[in-house]
Design a protein around this ligand. Sequence first.
Ligand SMILES: [Zn+2]
Length: 394
Amino acid sequence: MLSPSALALAQTLVRINTVSANSNLELIHFVRDALAGLGVRSRLTYNADRSKANLFATLGEGKPAGIILSGHTDTVPWDGQDWTVDPLGATVQDGQLAGGDREPRLYGRGSADMKGFIAIALAHAQQFLDSPAPFAIHLALSYDEEVGCFGVKELIADMRDAGVRPLACLVGEPTSMVPAIAHKGVYRYKCCVRGKEAHSSLTPQSVNAIEMAARVVSRLRDMAEDLERTEPRYEGFDVPFSTISVGQFHGGIADNVVPRDAEFRYEFRDLPTADAAHLQAQVVAHARGLEPAMKQVAPEAGFRFETLCEVPSFLGSRDDAITRLAQRLSGEPGTTLVAFGTEAGLFKNAGIPTVVCGPGSILQAHQPDEYVSLAQLARCETFMKQLAATREFN
Ligand SMILES: [Zn+2]
């Protein structure tokens, strides 16, 4: 059974609007003050305009090293979605399972992704302080995960500057409490094409930005088909190879004007065994190959690439101590792969063994009427209690 105090804490966090476009400081200050009440100091690292912050705190200062419990504080928005409950209401009510049975659930934006996890971790702060475990617990709360994992990069850099060398990291994204040891990366780029405009009867004096953009888009499509044909499969993912997709394309002002500008956006979702940087290098090289002919007509013509986000893939291991610990504490003997991106690859790339395991299902995340079942929160609570009682890590 989920304790009423942990549920109340989850409701409090859901009721604070932390859509990525907004400040998350109300939530961060709430957590900072709650920890300060237990005598725990928090390190805050801010974004450029100081409207958002990460929080890093150590429960069990003085122990040789610690395990990070990591969560992002921001949520996706709900504009245009069809909700039957208030996204910020944090109501607890019964919902219907596929088989017809009913279960109590906490509804609200962020309940599954991932304030439920943060609340359950925070609710056990005192137990972590009293823990006989030979390791400390680090709470790591980030901003701007949903828009590209920007905050956690600052948090990891600050952790290094402070000389913190964690043993391992547990990212509490919703996996229905099944330890996940791999996900694909998400790399998004914008390509801006500058051509030269002219009356459409005078095409030799022009550089058609749409047509040049289309040649790069066509290259992306060829690369995608090549991956589908030849890339070694990574079984366990819904799509067991890396994918490429163009999501937006804009250009042109009239039928009889050769367009000067075009712009498109695309993404790679690369397997942990793939190399997104190499894919992007191929795209840029193809574009650079088109430029000499464009510049002969107009020296200012060419391609400009912008990085929108780079969230690396994640590959943990069944043999990592943190994976085995997560299996023991969750009561799940197996591991899984997840289809979504998380901060796990960034922790892993910083040299920290990492696993993803948290309450709720990704099927409800980002959806209207997002919820986490109280049974999932209760499983997370059991996990945290046992973590606080753990006497060894190996
Ligand atoms: Zn998330």
